[in-house]
Design a protein. Structure first.
Length: 282
């Protein structure tokens, strides 16, 4: 399985990804039955073209769900700041090749041919804004290049040993709904959880924490980057084989006046959802 970096003809040092971006758009869409391959081909061509453009380093990565709804496909738009998004909109409006890709008859149906929108279930395109969690005490460097301190700063693991959305062959997108009254505890627990995982599964797993900006309040996101599926199984089994990690999970992190409880109790019951993603192989 080739990582998402293969989708872009650009050196790794010039590539924005989950670790060094300051503003990420997580976009997904459902393709209609019978039009999935057309939709996949179309999105691949558009993203290839966008990745060739000079948009202040902006990168577009295309992922597919490994399990579950196979019609649902994800792409991540990595940029330094929200101001960079204007450059991509300018390109969509004025670049001739982009306009041809968006408007050309590329989707066949019973009525002939139509634009790419005919391959997508109406109303299914959804976006979430992911911004690296900041404001927690993890030694942020004020001299950062992105809109907020980049996610790679959240761990003491050296940057060259971290996995991210560009170099990891597998990625789990975790969405977790924090209870309003324990939203601070939820963030500290998620951060403590990933600190332990990043250090003790170094080279196999790297997790970053994000807030959803301009969306649902206290809906947190983690991108958990994996070197292999075996690394995911090792992570899942960590509570059973590592007593120190189990102590972290059992630690009382919620004050008695708030009802007490572990870090997991800071989240809405049933409110943690994992999606395993694999880079689209172009």
């Amino acid at each position: 399985m080739k990582p998402a970096s293969h989708q872009i003809d650009r050196p790794g040092s010039a590539m924005l990804h989950s670790g060094n971006a300051g503003f990420i758009i997580s976009r997904y869409a459902h393709f209609k039955p019978g039009h999935e391959q057309e939709g996949l081909n179309f999105v691949s061509e558009v993203l290839k073209h966008m990745n060739k453009a000079d948009l202040n380093g902006m990168t577009f990565f295309f992922f597919q769900k490994a399990f579950g709804d196979q019609a649902k496909h994800h792409w991540f738009i990595n940029m330094k700041s929200p101001a960079d998004y204007a450059a991509s909109l300018e390109m969509v409006d004025h670049d001739e090749t982009t306009k041809i890709l968006l408007e050309d008859d590329v989707v066949a149906d019973d009525r002939g041919f139509g634009s790419w929108g005919n391959a997508v279930v109406q109303g299914s395109i959804t976006e979430q804004i992911l911004v690296p969690q900041h404001g927690l005490d993890y030694g942020e460097d004020e001299d950062h290049e992105a809109w907020v301190p980049e996610a790679w700063r959240q761990t003491s693991v050296p940057p060259e040993e971290q996995l991210n959305s560009a170099n990891a062959p597998l990625m789990v997108h975790r969405v977790a709904y924090a209870r309003y009254s324990t939203r601070k505890e939820a963030r500290y627990y998620a951060f403590a959880w990933q600190n332990y995982v990043n250090e003790h599964l170094r080279g196999k797993v790297t997790a970053y924490l994000y807030e959803e900006t301009f969306g649902a309040m206290d809906r947190l996101h983690q991108l958990i980057h994996l070197s292999s599926y075996e690394a995911w199984e090792e992570l899942r089994n960590l509570p059973y084989r590592d007593p120190q990690f189990r102590k972290l999970l059992e630690r009382q992190m919620i004050a008695p006046e708030k009802g007490g409880g572990t870090g997991a109790d800071a989240f809405v019951p049933g409110g943690v959802i994992d999606t395993l993603l694999v880079p689209r192989q172009l």
